[in-house]
Design a binder for this molecule. Structure first.
Ligand SMILES: Cc1cc2nc3c(=O)[nH]c(=O)nc-3n(C[C@H](O)[C@H](O)[C@H](O)COP(=O)(O)O)c2cc1C
Length: 225
C-alpha cells in the first residue's frame, strides 16, 4: 500500500467532527467576568487540571502547581489584593481609557465557585532543564500553555474561565502561603456563566480590536510581505 501523504499523522486523522470541535473551542473560548455561584463537580475540575497537566513544557519540566481556592474568605482577600492593584494601575490611564479601565470588574474573583492560582516553580527539574538553559523564560511559556489547555477544555465543558493578573505577587504569596521562589503566574476564576460573548469583552468595549492576521504574517524575513 502506498504511504499516506503527510506520513503517519495523516494516516490517523481526526474525524471532521473532532477537528471542528477543536477549532470551535479555540474560537469560542472567552475571558469571562461574570459567574453563577453553582459549585463545580470535583471530577470536572480534575478533568480540567488533567488537561492543564498535559501541556507541553520545556525539557518536560512541568513547572506548574494548581492551588484550588474555594474558601469565600480567601477569595475575598484575593479580590481585595486585585482591587488594590487595579486602583493603582488606574493612574496610568487618562480620559475615556481611565473610565473604561475603572469599570473592569474583578468581582469574578469572589463570584466564581473556584479561584485557581497557577504557579511556576523555576527550580523544578534541577539545574539543567533541557532547553531552558538558553531561554529561562520558557518555564513561564510552559505554564501559559497549561493555562491555555485548561481554558480550552473548560470551554468544551461549557465552563467559564477568567484570567486576573492585576496583583502584586507578594500579596498573593502572603495570602496563599506561597514560598518566595515560586511565581504565582495567574489567578483564574472558574465556574459556570450565563453567557459566552461572541467577541472579547475588551473588543466590545472598544478598548482594542483584533488585529488583521494578514498584517502579522511575514514572508522569509521580518517585515517582508
Ligand atoms: C496573560 C493574560 C493576563 C490577563 N490578565 C487579565 C486581567 O488582569 N484582567 C482582565 O480583565 N483580563 C485579563 N486577561 C484576559 C484578556 O483581557 C482577554 O484574554 C482578551 O481581552 C481577549 O479576550 P478573550 O480571552 O475573550 O478572547 C488576561 C489574559 C492573558 C492571556
Amino acid at each position: 500500500m502506498a504511504p499516506a501523504p503527510g506520513g503517519a499523522a495523516a494516516a490517523h486523522p481526526f474525524t471532521a467532527a473532532e477537528k471542528a470541535a477543536v477549532y470551535k473551542a479555540i474560537e469560542q473560548r472567552r475571558d469571562i467576568r461574570s459567574f453563577r455561584p453553582d459549585p463545580l463537580p470535583e471530577e470536572l475540575l480534575l478533568r480540567l487540571l488533567q488537561a492543564a497537566h498535559h501541556a507541553p513544557s520545556v525539557g518536560f519540566m512541568q513547572p506548574w502547581n494548581f492551588i484550588v481556592v474555594k474558601s469565600q474568605e480567601t477569595k475575598e482577600r484575593l479580590r481585595q489584593a486585585a482591587d488594590k492593584e487595579r486602583r493603582a494601575l488606574l493612574l496610568h490611564y487618562e480620559g475615556e481609557q481611565a473610565q473604561k479601565f475603572a469599570r473592569l470588574k474583578i468581582e469574578a474573583l469572589t463570584e466564581a465557585p473556584i479561584t485557581l492560582c497557577v504557579t511556576l516553580d523555576p527550580t523544578r527539574g534541577g539545574l539543567h532543564v533541557l532547553g531552558r538553559n538558553s531561554i529561562p523564560e520558557t518555564d513561564l511559556a510552559s505554564v501559559s500553555c497549561a493555562i491555555q489547555n485548561l481554558w480550552l477544555a473548560a470551554r468544551a465543558e461549557g465552563l467559564a474561565v477568567g484570567w486576573v493578573s492585576f496583583y502584586k505577587k507578594q500579596d498573593i504569596r502572603h495570602i496563599l502561603d506561597i514560598p518566595p521562589h515560586i511565581d504565582p503566574v495567574a489567578l483564574l476564576s472558574v465556574g459556570y456563566t450565563d453567557e459566552f460573548p461572541e467577541k472579547p469583552l475588551l473588543e466590545t468595549a472598544n478598548w482594542r480590536k483584533r488585529l488583521d492576521l494578514k498584517e502579522l504574517i511575514y514572508a522569509e524575513r521580518w517585515g517582508e510581505k
